[in-house]
Design a protein around this ligand. Sequence first.
Ligand code: FES
Ligand SMILES: [Fe+2]
Length: 345
Amino acid sequence: MLPKDQWYVAGWSEQLGPSGLVARRFLNEPVVLFRTAQGVLHAVEDRCSHRAMPLSAGEVVGDAIRCPYHGIEFDGRGTCLRIPSQDRIPPTAGIRSYPVVEQDDIIWIWMGDPALADPTAMPRHPWHRDPAWSSYYDYYHAECHWQLLMDNVFDLSHLAYIHPRTIGGDPAAHFGAQMETRLTEKGVMVDRRLPNCEPPVTYVAAKGFKGRIDRWQEIEFDPPVIRIWSGGCDVGTGAYEGKRDHGFSLLGLHAFTPETDRTSHYFWTMSTNILDPELAARIFHQTKVTIGEDIPVVKMQQQRIDDDPSRRLIDIASDAGGVQARRVIAALAEAEAKRAQSRAV
Ligand code: FES
Ligand SMILES: [Fe+2]
């Protein structure tokens, strides 16, 4: 079961300018996000109450979204404001709206019970706006259940096989990585260390490493997002003692928002301490290529799983973080089911 009572990433602020709109399905529900001419963001169901026309095919007019079929207008709360062909507005003309919050250049949406939507409860990601980092925002559509994407980022032993041309680097270093998994207040943290290894292609291009490096990969599940801190410093120069400013740092934000039970939105950003715009652009391009390499993999997995969903999958040692993350999600879903049950009694 999918937890509904939590904030999900619905997009990046930069993607939606004044009077803009975007149609996206979240947790099986069609939603249209729109921004008023004054810049206020809203999310309502993408279905007109009159004849079910998708409102996303219409346009934003001032504070309202207008259906393209017969011109009915709705505000950001889903209230029907105007029916051009008559004065009377039937009491059932309204549509559903969803709480949205914009913070750290991220658009958050709450698909569950609106009464539970605490507008301060989502994870923060201040690095997007930190001048010590440059950031890039992007998106992939993935034809798989979102938990396959979670597994993908938690089990980084796939880097050596799927990403040898970019961030993979030295396969032996990946298999010999020192790994520690622990539970955090809300989620899971996986610390992976790859000491004294050959720098991957991306790292050499970014920082010009001449010799071997100490690498780190720290995967942090802060529901519902995952941050991957990674990078490298020349061997023995402080990578594992918190002295990393002189090295190469990457911070990836990976947000998997379920679209349907079998498809997902993969919102991602990449931030780096490399501020030179040309160099940073190359890093972002390589990240795009890297994540793009995962998209066909998860699709193929999903196809095989769908052949017989009852078959079990085995876990290996490098899945430790992913397995913990699944438990965290299961606990969230269970707590939500209990709440629903106690309301029903
Ligand atoms: S279907 Fe929207 S106005 Fe008729
Ligand atoms: Fe990958």
